[in-house]
Design a protein around this ligand. Structure first.
Ligand code: HEC
Ligand SMILES: [Cu+2]
Length: 353
């Protein structure tokens, strides 16, 4: 009776653990439900490797069990010493050749996928985006379109797009599990990779290379929209007017305060200044600084003390924070200004319906 209860308890524990852990995953943050070409290729390789590993595990376990049962010491045989074998050519060959064959089964598709994913033959004819990893945010520069944006990477669905990747400081790694595998961004050279999203959607990305105290907070998104919506987004972003006067008086004052305190690092429109995130379409973001809830209260909190949210981030050096020159009211006005920066109707929501 007791053992039976124990089993039930263990089962209960395991299933609640599974339930809790399943909450850890964010939607579209898994390599096991590929929504893009690179992720699909990677999943196929994962499956081949897993199949080979499971095969080896089962064979070893069968041999192990057979040997354990068949050759264990039996009653009346305490002093018996079995026949000693030294050197067996056939066995040696078998256990050398089988692993080689298994490795070949893994290597052939892996090498061919590696070349396939490094293919640059279509690079000249398609969209090229420069990706820059920074402590702790991502910047995207659409060079031919002269668009600069940060945090959210907008792309048209069903099209091969080349990413030319660098880092402005330390090593980072660009990883959007549902769309493609990882690619490092280095300060000293440019790495290239292509992506293709099969379906419209918002796909979560993570920095996958330890890069400092806020490494785990270096999230970003790929927003894959229809070709038509993407073209609309491009036109709207290109037509953004940084000088446009906001509607409310509060946002108007905020605009001036922003110009005086923030523009030394942050950029608006196509300005290539990239010391801090480009805020052109800030009002359309769904997270602040990649990870925080998107609401005014959090935004005011962030502007007042970014260090509280992201340790070691580079906004903490801002002049206005050091000399405490902005009042809470002024910060609230700046927040009003930033929240109304919505130059386009194409938002992450466009990708999900
Ligand atoms: C010293 C340069 C610097 C100054 C000055 C500065 N920032 Fe920043 N800001 C940054 C950096 C760097 C980040 C990215 C932080 C991170 O995520 O690690 C950032 C992030 C942000 C974000 C989040 C952006 C996003 O895409 O979600 C907002 C909003 C912001 N800053 C507002 C302001 C405002 C408002 C001011 C002026 C009152 C200001 N910043 C002044 C460097 C600066
Ligand atoms: Cu990083």
């Amino acid at each position: 009776m007791k053992g039976w209860m124990g089993k039930i308890r263990a089962l209960f524990l395991l299933s609640s653990l599974a339930l809790i852990l399943s909450g850890c995953g964010r939607e579209n943050l898994t390599a096991f439900l590929p929504k893009g070409y690179g992720a699909e290729v990677s999943l196929n390789l994962i499956i081949i490797s897993l199949a080979v590993m499971i095969f080896v595990f089962i064979v070893v376990m069968i041999i192990y069990t057979v040997v354990l049962v068949k050759y264990r010491r039996k009653k009346g045989q305490e002093d018996y010493i079995p026949k000693q074998t030294e050197g067996n050519k056939a066995l040696e060959i078998i256990w050398t050749v089988i692993p080689i064959l298994l490795l070949v089964i893994i290597a052939v598709p892996t090498v061919s996928a590696t070349f396939d994913l490094a293919d640059e033959s279509e690079k000249e004819d398609t969209l090229n985006i420069k990706v820059t990893g920074n402590q702790y945010w991502w910047h995207f520069s659409y060079e031919d379109e002269e668009i600069q944006t940060s945090q959210d990477l907008y792309i048209p669905v069903g099209k091969r797009i080349y990413l030319n990747m660098v880092s402005s400081d330390v090593l980072h790694s660009f990883w959007v599990p549902s769309i493609t595998g990882k690619m490092d961004t280095n300060p000293e050279n440019e790495n290239t990779m292509y992506i293709e999203a099969y379906e419209e959607g918002v796909y979560w990305g993570k920095c996958a290379e330890l890069c400092g105290p806020s490494h785990s907070l270096m999230d970003f998104k790929i927003v894959a929209v229809s070709e038509e919506e993407y073209n609309q987004w491009v036109t709207d972003m290109q037509n953004f007017d940084a000088e446009a006067v906001p509607e409310t008086a509060s946002a108007q004052e905020g605009q001036e305060l922003f110009q005086n305190n923030c523009i030394s690092c942050h950029a608006l429109g196509s300005s290539p200044v990239a010391v801090a995130p480009n805020l052109t379409d800030f009002g359309n973001r769904t997270k602040i600084a990649g990870v925080l809830d998107f609401d005014k209260e959090t935004l005011v909190g962030w502007i007042s003390n970014p260090e509280e949210f992201k340790e070691g981030n580079k906004m903490t050096n801002a002049e206005y924070l050091k000399n405490g020159s902005l009042s809470e009211e002024e910060i609230s006005k700046i927040a009003d200004y930033l929240l109304q920066l919505k130059p386009t109707t194409i938002t992450p929501e466009s990708a999900t319906n």
